[in-house]
Design a protein around this ligand. Sequence first.
Ligand code: SF4
Ligand code: SF4
Length: 843
Amino acid sequence: MKWAVLSDLHMNFKNCNTLTARDKLIEALRKENTDGEISFVLITGDCLHQNRGNVKEIAYYISQIAEACGKDVSKVILCPGNHDIDRKIKSRNTAIKTYRKDGTLPDLETCLNGYGRFKELYTLVYGDIYEPFSLKIVDDFRIISVDSCLLSMDDRDYGKLVVNFTDLAELAREIKRDESKTNIVIMHHGVEWLSAEDGRRFQHWLVDNNVKAVFCGHNHAPGLSILTEAIKPYGIPQDGISQFTCGCTLSDSYSRPVFLVAEYDRTRAIKARLYEYRDDSSWEIASGALRSFPSGIYRESTTNGMVKNSYDIPKVYKNIFDIGTDVAQDINVSKKLDFFGLRGGTFLEGNSKISNALYEKGKNIECRLLVSDPYSIYIEKRLRNVPEFAPQEKLEKQWKTNYLDIKKLKDTFPKTDSWALRFHEQPLLYRFIITDRSIYLGYYTREPSSKSYMYRYTRKSSVYRSFTDLFNSSWENASTSFSSVIPDRCSFVLDNFDMKPSLVINLTSACNMKCTYCPKGGENLKECDTLCDISQIKYLLTAYANYYKEKRWTEKKVVRITGGEPLLDFERLSKTLHHAKLESYEKIVLCTNGLLLKKCYENNSTVWEEIKDILLLKISLDTLKPLVFKELTRVDELKTVLENISFMKLKGFKIELNFVATEKNVGEIESVYNYAHSKNLVGLKVLTVNDFGGRVLADDVEKELNALIETLRKKNYVETGLYVHNNKGIHMKRFIYDGCTLTIVDHMNKGNSVTPRRTYSEACQECKYYPESVEVQTGLNKPCATGIMSLTMRADGLLSFCRMQIDSETNMSGKSLEEVREMVRVQLKKFERCYHYEIGEKR
Ligand code: SF4
Ligand code: SF4
């Protein structure tokens, strides 16, 4: 859509150049219309010159303009200029002088004295009577004519004119009845010619009536200004309405003839071309005339909101506490408030100025709070990113604070239709509050969020729009509640929690290796001459499975089978595996040194194949160097172990390697990991030597482990932390690369442990290996290395909540299923009231 704007024709001004320019203007308009239809023409005043001129000639010229544009003359819209008025009429001037003296505004009729010739011209052109404030609809535009000359009297008009007559307000009512059109205003004088008060109010009128632009004349030089008071409430000056001053179409020693052609594209942005009558007697684009029209063309940005970019310049607050007053003020005038963030502590009743304002507004505001699910993994990621919270102990403490706030918010949230609370599981990169006026946005940085900056953007900013969309889609996908059952991995949000231990069965204490770091009897901590009968092992598997069912535990039901070397008695192992399958164990972890794997598989492949889908083979591999292997295991069988790993992998078994780090092999961790990765194994688990309460000497390899961790962090590994089976034992470090894990468990039970977090239960507090026991405190015993984690059966049938507990009363040998059930129940009770503990920490 295109329109032309002419001004200050001063038709009675007739020097040669002006006359030629006028004639050629008609041609220029005709050409312009051929290039693209002109919908209407604006003439912003001063058709007459010093109130002189032949109105018929002028009317004819106007009809020529209309004809050049292929339009009816009604599509040429006129407003009066000061030259169109007889400004010597005494009664009119007296009234204007009185106004200038004491502010008494003359009535319109008095002001319109002196409009005789212009009225005549108006009637000649349109066959209608002139009204100083009027509207004309052309296509999608509403052209609003505003008479700025009503109080024009002399050469001292500047800053003294007025347009705020009653008729202007009445015009507004008409405009508001149909808001589908784009409004533009034509007037002769620019807004700067109005009195300060009138100009301010008129600018408000413009913006209140959705005026897109103002076109004016009077000043014979063209120009563009921004009406900085023509902004919506809380807008910014750069947001003001554009006022185009068209310039004149006469040529004298001061002026060069000009006119404008404006276009309005689909994005509702104005593009305007400025034409000038050049010294070569042609109308051309006026390049180089105005900076606002580079190359003669003005372009409004199409990125609405980012336009003047100033929308996206935020107000900055040092922290979230500083936004309180502004957000509270916003709430007072807003119909909605949305919040996205971690815990929404700000919105707990009585917790902040924001919540005070919100609660005061009550059901008169639509409030949507979207906080994190308190068990979301993204909470851990967020906290881990803040050095202050990164250590496990602090992380859990802070997570607990978050959990309690979220829970409190849920428990105390008002039950009002207009308020809603939901829970998301999204990355925590930012939090924001959106009101009707603004968005307050803060990024989750490496500082606690209470210390990070907040930014306020107005509703016109692109930030406001983007985050509003983001919020709405997040809201749609969020949950209306979160689980009342705390997942094991988040058990620390409670002071004490019940653990669901896994089951460990030591099938034998014998072994075909003699590893340097292995206590006598392996994990049994004793060489067992008599082995528990397979019947009791089956009872144990059944009793544990039943207990699991009774308690409705939802975690995976896991049994770990170890020794000694469990493959030494394959028959016993086969029966155990088969029964575990029967009892629907979901995961069997079989710990082996790997020497007999191939042989056992070939001996009875049916058993292996039966449990393949639930079996994880944990194969010890501490080195890839035959000599070191021999030194550590005291057998020269590295080749066999490697062949067996390949064999079982080929058969499709899941395999994780166990690597016990000692001074002899700690430098090999990465190469063994690379081996695991190249074989497409599940991963490598690195453990330091467990001294089993001083039974074995442990090497100090923490320096090397820390160096390794730093190296992994620099490489492309994803770091995570986890407890053995969610909340048990030692909190491990885990790195993942390309789907292959590298897990580190440091059994070192001193302050410099790489993994210092353990889990204990109240039952541990009587134990002589408990870190705070008298025995440990006085140096008589070493503190326990692992903490509590599994219900363990020694190879001779002794059942215990901890393998370091050796109460012979709890031996299952010869017991009935019922008796075993009861024993299981008694031992599992010890896993109630557990807690996490960091070495060096006092409870
Ligand atoms: S293979 Fe295992 S059980 Fe056997 S000696 Fe080595 S560590 Fe001990
Ligand atoms: S886990 Fe075992 S060794 Fe450690 S304190 Fe508890 S009972 Fe004692």
